[in-house]
Design a protein around this ligand. Structure first.
Ligand code: CAA
Length: 258
C-alpha cells in the first residue's frame, strides 16, 4: 500500500497520499489504497485522523489526467463513482478527519479536502477546480461540496472560471480554517488533533454525525437527529466520567470510548 502511508502517533492516525512524482494525483490505484487504508484504521483506539500529501509541493494535484484522458462515458462515470465512494467514506468516517493541505489542492485534491471535517493549509497551498479547462466537470464531489462549504455564487465563480486561488483567498472565503507557514502545518494539525482526541470519543463522533446528517435535511428533522445523538451519550462511561470530573472539580478525565 505504498501509495498511501499510515502512521500512528499515540491516538492520532496520519494518512499520507504518497505519489509525489505525480504531485500525489489520484489514479485508481491510489484510490484503492486509500480505501484500504481507511478500512485498516483501528477506530476503537484512534480518535482523530489527519490527511496530508507527501512532499513539499503538493497535497493532491487532482485526479490523474493521464488515466482519465481515454475514458469512455461509462468509464468516466465509473471513475467518478470510485472517487466519490472513497471520499464519502472519509466524510462519513466515524472519526474526525483534518485535511492538512500542504500545497496544490486542485480538482480532486480540493475535493478530497472538502470531504474532510476540517481544512487547514500551508502558505504555499493553492486551491481550485480546474476541470472545465480540461473539458470535464468536477467529478469527485466538487460541484456539491464547494457550493455547500462556501456559497453557491462563489462556488460557481471558481468552478466556471477554473481559476486557482491562494491559501489566503481560501481562508477569506471560509474554505480553510487557518493558514500556517509550511513547517508549522503538521505540528498545528497534530495539536488540533490532540485537542480533539482528549475529548469523549462517542460524543465527538456523535457530533460529526449530527452535524453532517443535520445539514442535509430540514431543521425539524435535524433537531431530532441531535436529540438522538445527545441521548445516545447518556449512560456511557465517558458521560459519567466527564460530568463526574466536573462535579468533583477534577481536571484529569479518563475517557475510554465506552
Ligand atoms: N494528473 C496526472 N499527472 C499529474 C497531475 C494530474 N492531475 N498533476 C501533476 N501531474 C504530474 C505531471 O504530469 C508531471 O509528471 P511528469 O514529471 O511525468 O511530466 C508531474 O506531476 C509534475 O507536474 P508538473 O511538471 O506539471 O509540475 P508544475 O510544478 O510545473 O505544475 C501543477 C504543478 C500546476 C499542479 C500542474 O502539475 C497541474 O496543473 N496539474 C494538473 C492540475 C489539475 O488540472 N487537476 C485537476 C485534474 S481533473 C480532476 O481532478 C477531476 C475530478 O474532479 C475528479
Amino acid at each position: 500500500m505504498s501509495n498511501v502511508l499510515y502512521e500512528v502517533k499515540g491516538n492520532i492516525g496520519i494518512l499520507t497520499i504518497n505519489r509525489p512524482k505525480a504531485l500525489n494525483a489520484l489514479n485508481s490505484e491510489v484510490l484503492n489504497d486509500l480505501d484500504a487504508a481507511l478500512d485498516a484504521v483501528d477506530v476503537e483506539t484512534i480518535r482523530c485522523l489527519i490527511l496530508t500529501g507527501a512532499g513539499e509541493k503538493s497535497f493532491v494535484a487532482g485526479a490523474d489526467i493521464a488515466e482519465m484522458s481515454t475514458l469512455t462515458k461509462a468509464e468516466g462515470e465509473a471513475f467518478g463513482k470510485k472517487g466519490n465512494d472513497v471520499f464519502r467514506k472519509i466524510e462519513t468516517f466515524p472519526l474526525p478527519v483534518i485535511a492538512a493541505v500542504n500545497g496544490f489542492a486542485l480538482g480532486g485534491g480540493c475535493e478530497i479536502s472538502m470531504s474532510c471535517d476540517i481544512r487547514i493549509c500551508s502558505e504555499n497551498a493553492v486551491f481550485g477546480q480546474p476541470e472545465v479547462g480540461l473539458g470535464i466537470t468536477p467529478g469527485f464531489g466538487g460541484t456539491q461540496r464547494l457550493a455547500r462549504l462556501v456559497s453557491p455564487g462563489m462556488a460557481k465563480q471558481l468552478i466556471y472560471t477554473a481559476r486557482n486561488i491562494t491559501a489566503q483567498e481560501a481562508y477569506r472565503i471560509g474554505l480553510v480554517n487557518a493558514v500556517y507557514p509550511a513547517e508549522e502545518l503538521m505540528p498545528a494539525a497534530e495539536k488540533m488533533a490532540a485537542s480533539i482526541a482528549k475529548n469523549a470519543p462517542i460524543a465527538v463522533r456523535n457530533c460529526k454525525k449530527a452535524i453532517n446528517e443535520g445539514l442535509q435535511t430540514d431543521i425539524d428533522t435535524a433537531i431530532v437527529i441531535e436529540e438522538k445523538a445527545f441521548g445516545d451519550c447518556f449512560e456511557t462511561h465517558d458521560q459519567r466520567e466527564g460530568m463526574g470530573a466536573f462535579l468533583e472539580k477534577r481536571k484529569e478525565k479518563n475517557f475510554i470510548n465506552k
